[in-house]
Design a binder for this molecule. Structure first.
Ligand code: SF4
Ligand code: SF4
Length: 411
């Protein structure tokens, strides 16, 4: 198997392209929550390599420390006029300075996945006061993910957009990509997703997918990411190159990135296969566009929506929920990062928690549960497994947090 190829130049080349304009500062959740310039994307780009602005470089330990302080939300790269990708730069720096956290993350994602459900149950038994230093937040998130702990379903789809689906995709099989959480502690998401596909009249095929690999890449484990990508492409080929249906925003982005410009490694047979892959990655919510639904007993008066940083450009999850829930649905005017950050949970959980607190503040501003607790509760839906984990870990007491699939009735 060919090894992973660098995606674009090296860390220093990427840093050289930064012109310190500061356009990226506006949306960086770490900078917004802390007001610390050294945590900003500009600082990461500047300090990680020589540029025309500085000849000095940090020593290895300092670079490694800096590299850990990024949520990989990608908000900065969307704003950068120079095309600098700080998450990619950080991933490369992490790869160049491996440490214990990476090893631990790799084991957790690649080897311990079958134990996640058990770990989620076990996390509920660990008293918060006895949680090992730095792991409190992750344990709290895991507790929120334990099997059977989801929201109570209250929304019934009354009409599926069968005709539209058949017009666009009829005759093409569809495979669900469950991702690490959907195939582990939250298998119920996958059951509901399959129910919805059946409602559309889709010809569903199962495929033996692994982790999408994005969290491994972000953690500075490019060879493991490459392995995950190849496994998934092979599984997709074996299943007959079906439509690739996702219900986790980060999985969707992770899969779409296989065919993104600059992805580098030659993982596809040819350009046609790469183009077919790119066209096949589809959010489940977009397939349900045009559905109608009825809210039953137990429906909250106000439902919050958290927009994942990795949501698809059209934010199909929000569009679907807005059409099904109408005025009941509220969301902050601007998407606010939940602060999950994958491996950063292990390196700087206090920063992750700080960003999480800012996210809940924005949700409260849109929902108003602090101002009117007797009529509004902190009840938030999202469409990303990492966001569910983080929101569950940072939520106010008695809040309801879950994937939007959890509110869908399947009876
Ligand atoms: S927007 Fe791009 S070029 Fe400008 S400071 Fe940020 S990383 Fe550098
Ligand atoms: S990826 Fe997100 S957290 Fe990291 S520097 Fe960019 S905006 Fe900030």
């Amino acid at each position: 198997m060919p090894g992973a190829r660098p995606e674009r130049g090296n860390a220093q080349d990427t840093a050289r392209e930064c012109v310190l304009c500061g356009c990226c500062l506006e949306d960086c959740p770490l900078f917004a929550a802390t007001n610390r310039e050294e945590l900003s994307p500009r600082a990461k780009a500047l300090l990680s390599g020589p540029s025309k602005f500085t000849a000095a470089t940090l020593d290895g330990d300092a670079v490694a420390e800096l590299a850990g302080l990024c949520l990989a939300c990608g908000k900065c790269e969307k704003l950068c006029p120079q095309g600098v990708s700080v998450p990619r730069l950080v991933a490369r720096l992490r790869a160049e300075h491996p440490d214990f956290r990476q090893w631990l993350w790799k084991q957790w994602i690649t080897r311990l996945q079958p134990c996640w459900s058990l770990a989620a149950k076990g996390a509920a038994l660990v008293p918060q006061t006895l949680a090992p230093a730095g792991f409190g937040l992750a344990l709290k998130g895991l507790r929120g993910l334990r099997p059977g702990k989801g929201l109570r379903p209250w929304l019934t789809i009354t009409k599926f957009p069968v005709e539209a689906y058949q017009q666009h995709y009829g005759g093409r099989p569809a495979a669900l990509f469950d991702g690490c959480v959907g195939s582990g502690p939250r298998k119920a998401w996958g059951h509901t997703a399959r129910f919805l596909l059946r409602g559309l009249g889709a010809e569903h095929v199962e495929a033996d997918f692994s982790c999408c690999g994005s969290t491994l890449g972000v953690a500075g484990l490019p060879e493991d990411q490459d392995r995950a990508r190849r496994t998934n492409i092979e599984a997709w080929r074996k299943a007959g190159r079906p439509l690739l249906v996702t219900y986790c925003a980060t999985c969707r982005k992770g899969l779409a990135d296989y065919a993104a410009p600059g992805a580098g490694a030659d993982i596809f047979a040819d350009h046609d296969e790469e183009a077919l892959w790119a066209a096949s990655v589809t959010p489940l919510s977009s397939l349900l566009s045009g559905a109608t639904a009825k809210a039953g007993r137990g429906a909250p008066a106000v439902v919050g929506y958290h927009r994942p940083c990795h949501a698809d450009p059209q934010d199909a999850d929000f569009k679907l929920l807005a059409s099904l829930l109408g005025a009941r649905l509220r969301t902050p005017a601007k998407g606010v990062c939940c602060g999950f950050g994958g491996i950063m949970q292990l390196g700087a959980p206090e920063l992750s928690a700080q960003v999480g607190a800012a996210c809940w503040e924005a949700l409260d501003g849109a929902l108003g549960y602090t101002a009117a607790p007797e009529v509004v509760s902190a009840y938030v839906l999202t469409g990303c497994s990492g966001c569910v984990l983080q929101l569950a870990a940072t939520a106010p007491q008695n809040a309801g947090v879950g994937h939007w699939l959890e509110i869908m009735r399947t009876d």
